[in-house]
Write a protein that binds this ligand. Structure first.
Ligand SMILES: [Zn+2]
Length: 346
């Protein structure tokens, strides 16, 4: 379904109305779109006030920026990206930014700053683009300023970690009963992945964690000895589902209900990650942007997968989540396959 051609579809779930934005009879909910950028990252959030936040931009060139602009304009009905957050400087996250800015306005940029960065190719083009817009270094504890919509709970987007630093624990954070000794050993990570910005989005009771490409040792610091995340509803599987990330202690601690993996047809969806996801009983559905086509790969059931073809012939189907105007429930959809399922917020 696409904005502009919305029919007023109302999903009734234990007495809750989950009408998509654009439905005149409803209040406005929150929307999240996972654009398929073939194993990179591009997650688009649209608030009830109509403000947009794009987290990461896929690879440089035509393919990913065109795909992001298509979902942003044709599906989400946007004219501009209000806030672009580049979580770290790997090319599959910052690569598309400069080219996307030629397709639609990007009003403001945030990233973890240049200090200690291990930038890859396209960094120069990104920095040249960044100089043309207002720019903010996002540090742990910072929030992205977002407008409230009348009649909706406020949306809060907070940075929990960036550039290897973490928020200080507050009274709302609890000691983690899972001992750190249950974590596998991970090698020290000198790459830019370790500098990933970790974002927690809250809308009413609904919580979404986007930890970008944070790797196993730092994931442990996020939840141990104090759980700085808490329990969430939706978890974007870290690092495209690679086994260098997705520490089982992280996933057991945040206890998501739904996970979305932005893997490629060969990248990510590692066996240890799949094992870690399947071991957590809170998880009701694991979504994947792609089926991993490697022989013998373990995938989630086909109903929860958006794309089945290799990158060369991929149709780039996206996954989307619509959170009810009061934040009490959400529906996850794969529009291309007609799949949709409703989940109650914790
Ligand atoms: Zn990545």
């Amino acid at each position: 379904m696409r904005t502009g051609a919305w029919t007023c579809v109302v999903v009734v779930f234990v007495g809750l109305c989950l009408a998509p934005a654009g439905c005149a009879a409803s209040g406005k909910g929150l929307r999240i779109y996972w654009v398929d950028v073939e194993g990179g990252a591009a997650t688009l959030i649209v608030t009830p006030a109509g403000e947009s936040i794009l987290v990461d931009t896929g690879m440089p060139g035509d393919r990913d920026p065109v795909r992001i602009a298509k979902v942003a304009k044709d599906v989400a009905g946007l004219k501009a990206i209000d806030h672009l957050i580049v979580t770290h400087f790997d090319v599959d996250h910052l690569g598309g930014a400069a080219d996307l800015s030629k397709l639609m306005p990007i009003r403001r940029v945030y990233d973890p700053g240049d200090e200690g960065a291990v930038p890859q190719r396209s960094h120069d083009a990104y920095v040249a683009f960044r100089k043309t817009v207002p720019y903010t270094v996002l540090a742990p504890g910072d929030t992205v300023p977002l407008r409230a919509a009348e009649g909706s709970p406020p949306v809060r987007l907070v940075c929990l970690a960036a550039a290897r630093k973490f928020i200080e624990p507050g009274p709302e954070h609890k000691a983690n009963p899972i001992p750190a000794s249950e974590s596998p050993e991970y090698p020290e990570d000198p790459s830019d992945n370790a500098r990933s910005t970790v974002l927690l989005l809250t809308f009413g009771n609904f919580e979404f964690l986007d930890g970008a490409d944070l790797t196993g040792g730092l994931e442990l610091r996020l939840v141990s000895p104090v759980n700085l995340v808490g329990e969430v509803d939706l978890y974007q599987v870290n690092h495209h589902g690679l086994d260098r990330s997705n520490n089982p202690v992280l996933i057991r601690s945040i206890r998501p209900t739904v996970t979305v993996m932005n893997n490629g047809h060969r990248k990510g969806c590692g066996p240890k990650t799949r094992e870690a996801l399947k071991a957590v009983d809170s998880i009701k559905a694991n979504y994947q942007l792609h089926k991993n086509l490697a022989p013998g790969a373990d995938n989630t059931p086909d109903a929860f997968i958006a794309n089945f073809e290799p990158a060369e012939t991929c149709k780039a189907n996206h996954i989307e989540a619509h959170v009810a105007p009061d934040g009490s429930a959400y529906v996850v959809r794969i529009p291309a396959t007609g799949h949709e399922r409703v989940f109650k917020t914790k």
